[in-house]
Design a protein around this ligand. Structure first.
Ligand code: ZN
Length: 337
């Protein structure tokens, strides 16, 4: 109970954790204070609680016959191996860490490695002054990449991992600076208006339901942020990456047909952004990628940008609106919600 002798969740938590384990609690608090997206913080919280499931853990639980790493096959797949020991991870850290710090960075005890780098006490990752942020994002991307492989998704799901980390990092830094300027403090994310004479398209896709169905969607806004047009395309059954590509293709096609020639397109799928900006060769022969690239080289200005998922909620909501409907397209001159 709290000081007012009333029961509350926070007073119960304080009572349970009043056991002198302040040092580990302090470390967990550090993970919550990381200036990154919530999903990255949750990843570190799970990591610090030893809740991440690797092949070693799965093997112990008889969920798999192999404990080795699926990427390199050269060692047991522990969290340390995925984030630091695997060849792919080592190549990435070699690019990010100062040469004179690389050896201790790669060889220090794992818990100390995490502790030092998310608290910025080791000053090892070279891109100052955002070392903990870059470190945490890189760890998260390495973990997601391994999950893609284990779960049977595209094993090259992030293409060039370093490009992905840098682009994602830029986006987080940009969102943080916009938050710092209090452009839109209520949501914690900012939707910037396009420059004068431009329109902006927010595109997204959604997959779900039973049976699993997919829908792409897009919203075109003018320079004042006013709704010009929205659409939803019920596609049927396809993967999340495929529906994100459909969202880009449908949005660009619609913007071109309506005569817009200065169009910013924003997507929250980093892999699609990397593909469309030519920063990875992944899916180069995919028919949708080919068709989108044909659209992009027409006579118009159409930068492709990444935004965090939390800033793309309108397009996401539209896509969910018709998921499961028969295959078809719907257009909205005014917001349907
Ligand atoms: Zn490995």
């Amino acid at each position: 109970m709290g000081g007012n002798r009333l029961f509350s969740t926070s007073s119960a938590y304080r009572s349970i954790t009043r056991d002198g384990s302040s040092s580990s609690n302090g470390l967990w608090n550090v993970s919550w204070r990381l200036n990154v997206l919530q999903r990255v913080r949750v990843f570190f919280w799970l990591l610090l609680h030893n809740k991440l499931l690797t092949n070693v853990e799965r093997n112990c639980c008889h969920l798999t016959d192999v404990a080795t790493c699926l990427v390199c096959g050269l060692g047991d797949e522990t969290v340390d191996h995925v984030l630091r020991g695997c060849g792919c991870a080592r190549r990435i850290w070699t690019n990010l860490v100062r040469n004179d710090r690389l050896q201790p960075f790669l060889s220090m005890p794992f818990t100390e490695w995490i502790t030092v780098n998310i608290q910025d006490t080791g000053k090892m990752v070279s891109l100052e002054p955002v070392r903990p942020r870059l470190f945490s994002i890189t760890c998260w991307v390495l973990w997601k990449r391994m999950c893609c492989l284990v779960l049977g998704s595209d094993s090259n799901c992030y293409g060039d991992v370093i490009s992905f980390c840098r682009l994602f990092w830029d986006e987080v830094v940009s969102a943080s600076s916009r938050n710092a300027s209090n452009v839109r403090p209520r949501t914690g994310m900012c939707r910037l208006l396009p420059p004068r004479g431009w329109v902006k398209v927010n595109a997204d896709g959604a997959v779900g339901g039973s049976p699993v169905m997919a829908a792409s969607s897009g919203v075109i806004c003018d320079e004042a942020g006013e709704w010009l047009l929205g659409f939803v395309h019920s596609i049927g059954s396809c993967s999340i990456l495929c529906v994100e590509l459909w969202a880009a293709f449908d949005s660009l096609s619609l913007a071109w047909q309506r005569g817009f020639r200065k169009v910013i397109i924003e997507l929250d799928n980093m892999q699609v952004v990397l593909i469309l900006n030519g920063e990875t060769s992944a899916l180069g022969d995919n028919f949708l990628v080919v068709r989108i690239k044909v659209l992009l080289v027409r006579q118009w200005d159409v930068p492709v940008r990444h935004i965090v998922r939390e800033a793309n909620k309108v397009a996401d909501g539209l896509a969910r609106l018709v998921r499961g409907e028969p295959i078809g397209e719907w257009f909205y001159d005014i917001p349907p919600l």
